[in-house]
Design a protein around this ligand. Structure first.
Ligand SMILES: *[C@@H]1O[C@H](CO)[C@@H](O)[C@H](O)[C@H]1NC(C)=O
Length: 408
């Protein structure tokens, strides 16, 4: 029993020892010593600053402090460096939390992880990154971006993943596995997963239509033809398209001398059969649709290292119209279990507590409003009663004008 426990503990230690947290940021009071603002938008006056706050409702006033976009219609450019690492042969897990207190209508909330060297003061949209991940909302466009840099170019995932758009904190997790698969999780629930090769257009296609071949000129791709045996019946055309209206009568006052010879108006012939068409039959020469034969693409290069990146910084590079988004709990690790432990541990508690806090605030606000309304109603009622008294006096005095002047 003891031995088993010891083995278990040792295994646990080993498992722990083999995982590495490359970066973790929970935005305590010393956060500014680790993060650097870009000066890129200083000249234009469009640079936004983050506020350090847990927001208007939270589970824990200290633990839930993150950084919040605080000035509308600004660029937010901020980055932090960490010791360089490559995720070769290891998973790359990027996790962080997003809370749209403002109920987001237009603004990015994604995170970037990139290589060195980075001049943090110059960090901006064009700065090279490896992975860009996270929610982006503008009007009806709502998606979770997952962009990978491959050989110098940024490629967006081809799958659509809807972000959360409510006012609570949500946890976004991106994972790249060494077997070239990925996962996108929101609140630890897998929202999308698959292959880096299939779900991004990173590699040239493995096979292409053989450029040396084209559809033979004599290829028959007409599946049905007019029956060559069929013949138009001899009497087909004997039925004219129009006939003189048999119902029409020559008007009584018709004068042949003056009006000319009367003719009944023409109408469509109900017996007319239309133009003759041969019935359609299957074409005996039909070969089916021509299929362009494929060959191996000479430009295709297999790559089992797509997922490998050399990482040295994490940053926010955002434009927000309506601000109030709080970012927190950034974790970059090679161990998904570590990210999961946070998700099912404190984060689950935070989400529950924050929701309860918000609902309590709403309840109190409603109650206060209700009381305020009652008080106002009571005052209006009293004022009305006074008015009634005045009216009575007016009626008695029957001197509206004089009375009004007195009031003034
Ligand atoms: C890839 O690796 C992950 C993590 O080890 C595993 O969960 C997944 O099943 C693997 N996928 C394939 C297609 O091998």
């Amino acid at each position: 029993m003891k031995a088993a426990l010891l083995a278990f503990a040792l295994f646990g230690l080993l498992a722990f020892a083999s995982s590495t947290v490359h970066f973790q940021e929970d935005f305590d009071d010393s956060w500014e010593s680790r993060w650097v603002y870009s000066t890129h938008d200083d000249a234009s006056g469009n640079a936004g600053k983050f506020a350090h706050t847990a927001g208007k409702y939270f589970n824990d006033a200290e633990k839930d402090k993150g950084i919040q976009t605080s000035q509308d219609a600004r660029f937010y450019k901020l980055s932090a460096k960490f010791p360089k690492f490559t995720n070769k042969d290891k998973p790359l897990v990027i996790q962080y939390s997003v809370k749209h207190e403002q109920s987001q209508d237009c603004g990015g909330a994604y995170i970037k992880v990139g290589p060195g060297p980075l001049d943090q003061e110059k960090f901006e949209g064009e700065t090279k990154y490896n992975v860009m991940f996270g929610p982006d909302v503008c009007g009806s466009t709502k998606r979770v971006h997952f962009i990978l840099n491959y050989k110098g170019e940024n490629h967006l995932i081809k799958r659509e993943v809807r972000p959360e758009t409510d006012i609570y904190t949500h946890l976004y997790t991106a994972v790249l596995f060494p077997n070239q698969t990925y996962e996108i999780r929101i609140d630890n629930e897998v929202k999308q997963s698959g292959s880096l090769i299939e779900d991004w257009d990173l590699l040239a296609p493995k096979q292409i239509p053989d450029p040396a071949l084209s559809k033979p000129a004599d290829w028959v791709d007409e599946e049905y033809i007019d029956d060559p045996e069929a013949k138009k019946p001899e009497d087909w055309d004997n039925t004219p398209k129009q006939i003189a209206d048999p119902e029409a009568k020559k008007p009584e006052d018709w004068d042949d001398e003056l009006d000319g010879e009367w003719e009944a108006p023409m109408i469509a012939n109900p017996d007319y059969q239309g133009e003759w068409q041969a019935p359609r039959v299957k074409n005996p020469a039909y070969k089916g649709p021509w299929v362009h034969p494929l060959i191996d693409n000479p430009d295709y290069v297999a790559d089992d290292q797509i997922y490998v990146f050399e990482n040295e910084y994490v940053g926010f590079e955002l434009w927000q119209v309506k601000t109030g988004t709080i970012f927190d709990h950034i974790l970059i690790t090679d161990d998904l279990a570590e990210a999961e432990a946070f998700a099912t541990g404190y984060f689950a508690e935070q989400q529950k507590g924050e929701k309860a806090a918000f609902e309590k605030q709403e309840e109190e606000r409603n109650k206060a409003e209700e009381e305020e309304r009652k008080k106002r109603d009571a005052e209006t009622q009293e004022a009305d009663d006074d008015d009634d008294d005045d009216d009575d006096e007016d009626d008695v005095a029957d001197d509206h004008h004089g009375h009004d002047h007195e009031d003034l």
